[in-house]
Ligand binder design. Sequence first.
Ligand code: BGC
Ligand code: CA
Length: 326
Amino acid sequence: MPFLLLPSCSTKAETAQLFLYTDNDPFMDSLASRIESTFKEKGISLISHNASRKQSLQNSQFVSILQDNDKKPVLLNIYDRLSANLLIEKAENEDTPLLFFNREPLLSDTENTAWAKKNVYYVGTDAEYEGQAEAEIAADYFQNASSFKGSKFDKNGDGKLQVAILRGELSHQDALSRTKYSTDTLRKLGFDVDLIKVAYCDWQEEKGYEEMRKMMLEGANIELLLSNNDAMAVGAVRYLKTIMKEGESFSDQFFPIIGVDGTEQGKKCLEEGYMIGTVFNDATAQAEILSALYTSIVTKTEKPTFGDNVIVNGNFYKVKGTKIHH
Ligand code: BGC
Ligand code: CA
């Protein structure tokens, strides 16, 4: 007798739909829990869907909620950001605004129709700055480019800085920007950068461990390890600890390591002297922007404004991080 259950619908708590690319990513875990708590404060509970790194699965999860979603904005951490146009099209058919976050759709997809220009948003981090900040932390550590040459940090004495990079996913905008801006900034600061290795680790700690192992076995002469995020750096550290010799400090034995995110594990590595720095990827600020945008869309009120740490470009909101180092 399902009609007996009907009255409970009227007291049902307000809900919103949250789509995550995976449930196995430390930064995303913290971002998702910040989003959940900011929405909870407004009395909205989130229904989350885990795509397990499969776009086809995420597409069907998305389609399955669209019709009954009452045109409420959907929070979308798309797995394959190059598939955004497909989901935007489906959302437009149901007049359902989209709040992309962390995995950025192409501007051209978000501006494809008049509806999309009005109803599609992106909230993420300022990865260009994070790359620049990684380089600045390194330059600081080496006491600038001119004193680097011939110093103990220039381990092979060739005057160049041998850099290895642990890279996030191939097409992820943050991996692209952090890689480009960290190396460009080092060059701008006067370092003669010799990029000896770019290892794709898809943001994952396990792959950071494995790629570090390979590089050490190959005898790579690394003078600086830049990681696109903390998780991969943590993996690298975990491997290096297995081959560390007693009686010599970690940083003297190996090379400085810098990450991005400022996750709990990343900060722990920093405190224990295994990493020299990281750049804070501000999950709280990103969650607050999402929540403010959600409310302004639902209540049809003016778009919220934010402080100087948020760069707004049309419907794209990017939070500037901060350096964390000794
Ligand atoms: C974070 C990574 C995370 C990725 C997921 C990036 O902004 O820095 O740690 O794995 O987003 O999309
Ligand atoms: Ca060198």
